[in-house]
Design a protein around this ligand. Structure first.
Ligand SMILES: *Cc1c(COP(=O)(O)O)cnc(C)c1O
Length: 348
């Protein structure tokens, strides 16, 4: 294979230089520097200054924890912004295309529509793995991005390492591995293989295992060359001051994060075991995430029955390969007891 980043970067992006603010060069080190460069209000209130556009403090901690370099990281306003930047950097509207593997995360398709980039859908196989031969057939010279969501939403399973490896080795565009649920998985992150693949882009988020969906922090991990291209089009202050502070506090408290993940994994097992005893549950799919996809007799009926009891789950019945499935997020022990009790009451 012959991956060449220059060949897949949009012409207009190649010529851009990142917007440079004075604050790119000087970050307050708490010393006696006087900042009269950015027309800010000088009266301190914690957020009167523009945030660090490169989020250096947070990146230093993340790089150390993940065993990568800061130059391999770009942070965004949620993974959704990171994914959008990939479209805008690499996909020429009305010319290029991407490949997604339904049933999967809906945002890839939404972003392809917004960016006027054709979305070629290649269904997963019946055991929810990428269909390598069909994917290869769908690739042409205008295919820029291949989205791999592993563990996959809404199916919950991780994709085979061998299959992902084969796709990385045979595709000359970028393989985007969305690891939003990797912290719940028994599989390792692809981060450790960053050096082996020039075309891999990994996305992670603080929205799931880290319990910070409200602050919007997405993480993009890729070669320094890819990160440099993305930095050219990133809005300078895309990660606000409050988010940088909250995220820093949280990632420094790994023990609290690990404890919550462990509790969620225990609860996941409890939920799976309970679902096995529910008469109208037909299949419980293996999960590597913080949710369980289950096939029931009539998903819309069961969805409405749960709703009437004040319980909101996700009805995935309209998704391909997901007929009559419901997706249950693993909640607290109390919340899971409520849904289990409700399911048992409906089960006779
Ligand atoms: C929840 C989720 C995300 C998270 O997106 P954010 O914008 O970071 O909140 C990303 N990818 C998948 C597959 C998800 O399910």
């Amino acid at each position: 294979m012959s991956f060449n980043l220059d060949n897949i970067t949009r012409e207009n992006v190649k010529g851009l230089n990142p917007y440079s603010s004075a604050r790119d060069e000087y970050v307050s080190d708490g010393s006696t520097m006087v900042f009269l460069d950015a027309n800010e209000n000088p009266f301190e209130n914690g957020v009167n200054r523009y945030p660090d556009p490169q989020q250096r403090g947070l990146k230093t901690i993340l790089a150390e924890q993940k065993g990568i370099k800061e130059e391999n990281i770009l942070l965004g306003n949620g993974s959704d912004e990171v994914l959008d930047l990939l479209f805008r950097a690499f996909c020429e509207p009305k010319v290029d295309n991407i490949i997604t593997l339904p049933p999967t995360y809906g945002m890839y398709k939404v972003l392809s529509g917004i960016n006027m980039v054709k979305n070629r859908e290649v269904l997963l196989t019946n055991d929810f793995q990428p269909n390598v031969s069909e994917i290869k057939k769908a690739i042409d010279e205008h295919t820029k991005l291949l989205f791999i969501c592993s563990p996959n939403n809404p199916t919950g399973n991780s994709f085979s390492t061998k299959i992902i490896d084969e796709l990385l080795n045979s595709f000359n565009g970028l393989v985007v591995i969305d690891e939003a649920y990797v912290d719940f998985s028994s599989e390792e992150s692809w981060m450790s293989k960053l050096g082996d693949y020039p075309n891999v882009v990994i996305t992670q988020t603080l929205s799931k295992a880290y319990g910070m969906a409200g602050i919007r922090l997405g993480i993009c991990i890729a070669s320094a060359e890819i990160i440099t291209v993305l930095n050219k089009i990133k809005p300078p202050y895309n990660v606000n001051q409050l988010t940088q502070e909250k995220a820093t506090e949280r990632v420094l408290n790994q023990q609290a994060v690990k404890n919550e993940i462990n509790e969620i994994l225990v609860e996941r097992k409890k939920l799976v075991n309970a679902l096995k005893t529910v008469s109208f549950v037909e299949v419980i799919h293996d999960t590597d995430a913080n949710f369980v996809l289950a096939k029931v007799d009539d998903a819309t009926l069961r969805y409405n029955q749960l709703l009437a009891k004040g319980i909101v789950v996700r009805n995935r019945t309209t998704q391909p390969l997901c007929e009559n499935t419901l997706r249950f997020t693993v909640g607290t022990s109390e919340e899971n007891n409520i849904v289990i009790t409700a399911l048992k009451a409906l089960s006779n």
